[in-house]
Write a new protein. Sequence first.
Length: 270
Amino acid sequence: MEFIQIVVLGIIQGIAEFLPISSSAHLIIARQIFNIGSFISDNISLAFDLALHFGTLLAIILYFFKELFNLLKEGVTKGVKTSNGKLFWLIIIATIPAAIAGVLFEDIFDNFFRKKIILIALALIIMGIIIYVVDKKSKNIKSMKDLSYKDAILIGLSQTFALIPGFSRSGTTIAASRALKLNREDSAKFSFYLSIPVVAGATLLTLLKENTFAIISSNLVVFGTGILVSFLTGLICISFLLKYIKKHDFKIFMWYRVILGIVVILSVLI
């Protein structure tokens, strides 16, 4: 039974990380409302959640490996002289606000909001509406090669709101990108790219914490299963979202977030 719950959590992470519906909120709700993974003790839950994020990080790297390799190569060797080189440095610039906020405030926000289920539900509802309205009112004018340094900073600042479970890192960055008139597909891609340094940095910081390696080594099956399942599910969801938004808007995600938020609030209050 515990193994099945680990698999379910991995699937939830693989889906919710890339769709703009907040993976952190879903993992918290799964445990506290539906008791999925409730057997995972508090002292390893944060590390386990990060392991699931690491699985989706591997999915992004594999799915976009060729593009990412070219970005890195041209960014390091040619600087901003090429479109790929410039995009590499835009990703770095956009990562800085989230990196600073994460180092300074991630533990504070995470410890506070993990127990505030109603606030998480409200964040799901509010951000779902914002994503839909912003997308609906924005034109598809820019591609990633048209992004400016100012655009990168604004998108990076929006990413800091993802410290609040329910807002969604992909949701905030996609909404910000769409507000800046970046087309839907490139908004999603840029959001995927931005997750790489953020998740990699968060993983490194967690590994540097005391007892992390001991926790992992004593729970290898739990962590290994979670990483593998979130990785495989993530690959499927990346492909799905990129194909879906070519012909559709974000209305379905708004309604999903609103309905889930209402269900969570009612489950707490009733």
